[in-house]
Write a protein that binds this ligand. Sequence first.
Ligand code: AMP
Length: 423
Amino acid sequence: MAFQAPKGVSEYVPPRSALFEEAREAFATSARRACYAYVETAVFEDTALFVRGVGESSDVVTREMYSFEDRGGREITLRPEFTAGVLRSVLEHNLHKGALPVKVWTQGAVFRYERPQAGRYRQFYQFDLEAIGTEDPAVDAETIALGWDAYASLGLRQYTLLVNSLGDKTCRPVYREALQKFLRGLDLDGPTRQRIELNPLRVLDDKRPEVRGQLANAPVMADYLCAECKAHHDAVRNLLNALEIPFTDAPHLVRGLDYYTRTTYEFDHALLGAQSGIGGGGRYDGLSEDIGGPPLPGIGFAVGLDRIVLAIESERTGASAQPGTGCQVFGVPLGEDTHADVLTLITALRRAGVRADMSFGTRGLKGAMKAADRSGAAFAALVGEQERRHGTVRMRDLADGEQYDVPATDAAAWLIERLGTHR
Ligand code: AMP
């Protein structure tokens, strides 16, 4: 049997890959507009970075990492998330010694050993954005606004924003204890009881109805925030209101990675069923110190590009690629010996900025015209013996069949003018 990709690997091939590119570009555009710079960082890291950064008690670290020993005996892990690696890279390259905040974005494959299902994969793709080096609540709001606007620019409507604060090292321990006290009094199974002692906030994230039902009266972090954290949280909420970004206070919102402090948020999509999280992030003011760096606050978010593709497909009728990526003109050689003429023509068109392809091989006129139709191009550019002699190209409008004989030297200008009205 032919090989298949390993279980849980998410892949994109045409035509669906056009939606993936579109999703990625929407977030990249949003980030560039807010003056975030691109970084490309390690796909694998020292395992210890994630153990210390993401947290020893998180599901991601305890159960989901792709870890192995390399040939040199080093403990290596494929990145299960971006933040720890991006921060490691910022520190290693001393970006934090320049102007603050350091604002960067990246994107790429992320690896988690999860149970694959719709919208949940083992190799999936994230867009990630981080602002490192300021506690200013305005930067919290900036990251949220950026995410919000990027989803909107894709035409998505059915998403919501949940916001919470997880406090800091002053107030969270007090809350943690109050929560543990409450949780110990509930009727819960063994593993959940263990979790109360290790990572009680994660119990709030339990999706099982029998657990959820008992959590209604659990103490909430909002009631335990210290004065500084409360002021920060209020400032973020006021800024979101000023930016006209609707949000819901979600006092039980906790996130899967242990490094979060203060602001945490999540974007959910209404039509994606169980895997509704299309992005999430928050502050990680202690992370730099956790991984051996100086005190350096930070905030960022990651969005699941796979889930955004699913969201687009669920909302957009006739989900198809955005304008600006498909083939515009398709060269058709009439007869055997005009391939070189056609390749010369479409190379000139490409150099002039037109997206051009041609019929390769020997498939005959009928086959070549079928290929032209399939390509989605607006025009076929036919070149035969006669055109070669006259120095012309026969342009065929593939929508209505009209044909135009155009001097080859004018072909690019002619097409650019027409294509303006086609797309
Ligand atoms: P996280 O890094 O856990 O905060 O996740 C950020 C976003 O990545 C989520 O909101 C999802 O959109 C996406 N995501 C997380 N895990 C997966 C997965 N296993 N498969 C696909 N997307 C995922």
